[in-house]
Design a protein around this ligand. Structure first.
Ligand code: PDD
Length: 278
């Protein structure tokens, strides 16, 4: 498949970066993942705006405008044969002698993009739901930045895998934060709730989107801190991400969530999401 690296479209096997790249050495970079259906990007403007925010947060200057990023996404999609796919965008501070502080000499950021196939969530996961285990959120305090330093997220996902579960439900100081690579939602008595969009979570592009879907469906929504007890007593527990769209979690730490099967708020939001990407 074709990838983009620093101004060129190349075959994946031809793409090369320096071992001194600060992404490789320090994880000094940011990324974003834009889903596309039938090769049409979904919510691209929002994803690209978030990428620009992440770049700004860690002070990487690419000189690229929103239009340049759009051209890259479209350029990658035009060169791909995949229909449902993700466009992965990745920017690092570039290659420089190993020194923690930013390079003093001007360095070109490394800009990389690739298209990967996106398998829509399997019917079994959509209809029966996922399992999760809870854990303390051990990541850093700037989770709002879509950093490529993902060790905390990797270890969290492996914790779920080792436990035979599909995902983790992380808590910071007793309050719900997010999954390893997804946002989390709870439903109680018909009210949809999510943690506040602060530095403890990545604001998914589906966060504002689900708020829109909920408003249109007449489902009340509230953003506020959510305690462990509230998660334990939830009627429904949902996750959202670019790759998993919206899915229900039906077991947490071996116990059923609510009735132990996907609930009505999930069913409604899932149907609306399916319609939007069709
Ligand atoms: N992950 N929280 C974290 C930590 C994430 O990594 C992601 C997305 C989300 C959901 O964001 P969005 O709705 O914009 O996909 C929340 C992507 C898919 C990834 O790392 O592959």
């Amino acid at each position: 498949s074709v990838v983009y690296l620093n101004g060129e479209y190349l075959r994946l096997g031809e793409a090369r970066i320096s071992v001194l790249d600060r992404g490789f050495i320090f994880g000094d970079g940011v990324y974003d993942v834009v889903p596309a259906y039938g090769r049409k990007p979904f919510r691209m403007g929002e994803h690209l705006a978030r990428l620009q925010r992440s770049l700004k947060a860690i002070r990487i200057e690419t000189g690229w405008s929103a239009g340049d990023w759009e051209d890259l996404v479209q350029g990658l999609l035009a060169r791909s044969v995949l229909q449902d796919c993700t466009v992965y965008l990745h920017v690092t501070r570039g290659a420089a002698p190993r020194e923690h502080s930013f390079p003093t000499q001007p360095v070109q950021p490394t800009i990389f993009g690739m298209v990967s196939s996106l398998s829509r969530p399997a019917a079994v996961n959509r209809e029966r739901g996922l399992t999760a285990v809870s854990m303390d959120d051990e990541r850093w305090l700037h989770c709002e930045i879509k950093s490529i330093s993902l060790l905390g997220n990797v270890l969290a996902k492996q914790y779920a895998t080792d436990a035979g579960a599909d995902e983790v439900v992380q808590f910071r100081d007793g309050h719900l934060s997010e999954g390893s690579s997804c946002n989390l939602w709870v439903v109680k008595y018909g009210i949809l709730r999510a943690p506040v969009r602060d530095r403890m979570i990545l604001e998914g592009i589906r966060y504002a989107y689900l708020m829109e879907l909920a408003a249109a469906a007449g489902i009340p929504f509230e953003a506020r801190p959510i305690s462990r007890l509230e998660v334990g007593q939830a009627d429904e527990l949902l996750l959202t991400s670019a790759t998993r769209e919206i899915l229900p979690i039906i077991r947490l730490d071996g116990r059923p969530v609510g009735a132990g099967s996907p609930g009505p708020v999930y069913a409604r939001l899932r149907a609306d999401y399916d319609r939007a990407i069709a």
